[in-house]
Design a protein around this ligand. Sequence first.
Ligand code: MHF
Ligand code: KIV
Ligand code: MG
Length: 277
Amino acid sequence: MSDKFTTQSFLDAKKNNRKITMLTGYDYSMAQILDGCGIDAILVGDSLGMVVQGKDSTVEVTIEEMLYHCKCVARGAKNALLVGDMPFLTYHVSAEEAVRNAGRFIQEAKMNAVKLEGGRSMADTVRAIVRAQIPVMGHIGLTPQSVNVFGGFKVQGKEERAARALVEDAQALEEAGAFAVVLEAVPEPLARLITEKVQIPTIGIGAGRYCDGQVLVVNDLLGMYADFTPKFARRYANLKSTIAEAVGGYIGDVRAQKFPEKQHTFSMSDEVLEKLY
Ligand SMILES: Nc1nc(=O)c2c([nH]1)NC[C@@H]1CN(c3ccc(C(=O)N[C@@H](CCC(=O)O)C(=O)O)cc3)CN21
Ligand SMILES: CC(C)C(=O)C(=O)O
Ligand SMILES: [Mg+2]
């Protein structure tokens, strides 16, 4: 039996009350490590615009950049379900364009599914992509590609109107055929209500304890993104200080001529060497 985690596994997990684990990943080495740890899904998130490229938001990330990272991740992962995050403006103009772009994630970059931001307004687009046999993960709440509309990265759904809208968004995505939905930065009780109201699994990030699964930006979990740590992230390691220690050791050793040593070097025959002098 294959250990590959599939979109069907997502639905089974919710039925069996087994929490789903997802992390972002942006390159081959990290994908290999995460996959080896038994993570259920790897999201090649457009958050790479911030944590890899150092930009202020995700809106500048292009589809070519996303596909490059997806290809790297796909080479490193065997069992995890691979989800490619569709970047800003690659699914908004028309359903046709959305299907073509979603297809590139599957066909060129070996992803198993795509994720896109938006609820009711994206339902027809989700339907079109699903009709093309491409699994779609929804994403509502704090949708970072809307940063210029929100006026910042802010918690969503605190007022009645906004909360009702998010419930309807989740239901519209389910009805459109999405296999799961990310809830980002919404109050815990609202995430709980949405999780009860839909049959598809909810994957929370800053959405509390009652979602069917959790996702985090891997750099936040590892403590290797210095700009900010969202309130909802837990640091399981401080790789920034681990790296600083290692690099400090290297700098000191090179300056003190303690590295490299003989075992790190290549030799050549004296006969050849004599001719050079
Ligand atoms: N490293 C990283 N982690 C993320 O979780 C993440 C990204 N980057 N980039 C894309 C989006 C943007 N996200 C963000 C960005 C900022 C906050 C933040 O500063 N939140 C504040 C308060 C928010 C408010 O004012 O309501 C916090 O204290 O968590 C949260 C999520 C989540 N995503
Ligand atoms: C934080 C997750 C859900 C995301 O969309 C990303 O990493 O881009
Ligand atoms: Mg994203």
